[in-house]
Write a protein that binds this ligand. Structure first.
Ligand code: HEM
Length: 129
């Protein structure tokens, strides 16, 4: 863990705070929208609001301040009937985006842990593929 004068830094601070999270979310959604396998989910979605929501949520995942006030993951995603294969694609896009931006490997590993834990909330219950 990175330390400055005895105070451990959160992942959020280590990657550069709000500006870095915003850059990551923008690049991430550009990639998702460029992928025909999953772009369709976002056709009727207000993307500026969506980018703000995911930025706030990613901030919490990285140990930054909790300002997320959106719906819970299950409530937002269960109606979309997302299969596990699409979850895997979007998860890989997120990790690839963070890696491309130079996020350190230990933080990537923690994000992957969170993705594994969040899967049951996002993926349609009963989906195995
Ligand atoms: C762990 C992975 C994911 C996280 C953390 C996440 C996060 C979020 C957040 C914070 C929102 C906003 C909720 C709100 O409006 O209150 C949202 C909405 C949405 N997500 Fe995700 N998401 C994930 C995976 C996915 C996947 C895999 C897909 C599609 C393949 C997807 C498609 C959508 C769509 C279409 C909406 C908009 C729903 C609506 O406005 O009704 N998400 N997501």
């Amino acid at each position: 863990m990175a330390v400055i004068e005895g105070k451990p830094l959160s992942h959020y601070e280590r990657i550069g705070g709000a500006a870095s999270v915003k850059a990551a979310v923008d690049l991430f959604y550009d990639r998702v929208l460029a992928d025909p396998a999953v772009a369709g989910y976002f056709e009727d979605v207000d993307m500026p609001q969506q980018r703000r929501h995911l930025a706030l949520m990613l901030t919490v995942v990285l140990g930054g301040p909790n300002e997320y006030t959106g719906r819970g993951l299950a409530e937002a995603h269960q109606p979309l009937r997302i299969p596990a294969a699409h979850y895997a694609i979007v998860g890989e896009q997120l990790v690839a985006t963070l890696a491309e931006l130079g996020v350190p490997a230990d933080i990537l590993a923690d994000v992957q842990d969170v993705l594994a834990k969040a899967q049951t909330e996002v993926v349609a219950s009963g989906s195995l593929t």
